[in-house]
Design a protein around this ligand. Sequence first.
Ligand SMILES: [Zn+2]
Length: 281
Amino acid sequence: MSSADQLQRFSFDGTNIRGEIAHLNDSYREVLARHQYPAVIARAVGELMAATALMSGSLKFAGRLTLQVRLTGSVSLLQAETNEQGQLRAIARYDEQLGDDELDFANGQLVITIEPEQGQRYQGITAIEGNHIGQALSDYFEQSEQLGSRFWLMCDGHSAAGFMLQKMPAAKEEDPDAWDRLTHLASTIKEEELLQLASEQLLHRLYHEEDVRVYPASALSFLCTCSQERIANALHQLGYEELQGIIAEQGNIAINCEFCQQLYRFEQHDVEQLFPERQQH
Ligand SMILES: [Zn+2]
């Protein structure tokens, strides 16, 4: 039984193929505890968090990686974020009338945004073909990065996990059949195996005939990056007059963080402090 929230990197000796396994237990449940998501949304959020965790291994600098699934039906947005330390958060926006139907990914887009603390923001967009976030991610890497990549994402509403294989660029392939062989074996993973087996057990079950190299695992956790200061910056963008209007109507400004539900309250004097230039007159 796997219980630690962690990202496990591995590679296959004699090939240019590497992989990651992400297990999300507490961090996923921290997200669920803050929202009453219908089951279908809860599972999709878990899969997207697992995908984000798998990709966090490629953040080699301080910054944020965001995966968004933008849809046109009763679910409009699924979003998961991570930083380079594997600290994750996620949200979903959807119509409260949503039934227990499958999510409709038709005409959907997967948007990948990478925001280094220092340096240029990058955004890539790919159409979602089929009904799987994992397929969309594989397509994205094939199209934009020209890297063979396959993603398997699973979530049972209690835990989430992801498995990724990626073919790195190589001058010469020592084992040209490896990609087909290794991805075929990965396709046999059952949901309960990916969710419940510890990474080394799973790798042994799939690849006991291969030379698998396992690296030290890194921790994954839930963390919301909201703060009074960030909310204040967002309020500042609305402008002094607009904020005064809200205070006149409601007495103060109360904002819940969409990710973690933390309440931030701004009184009249807080709003005055947001606009120091006004106080000089
Ligand atoms: Zn928050």
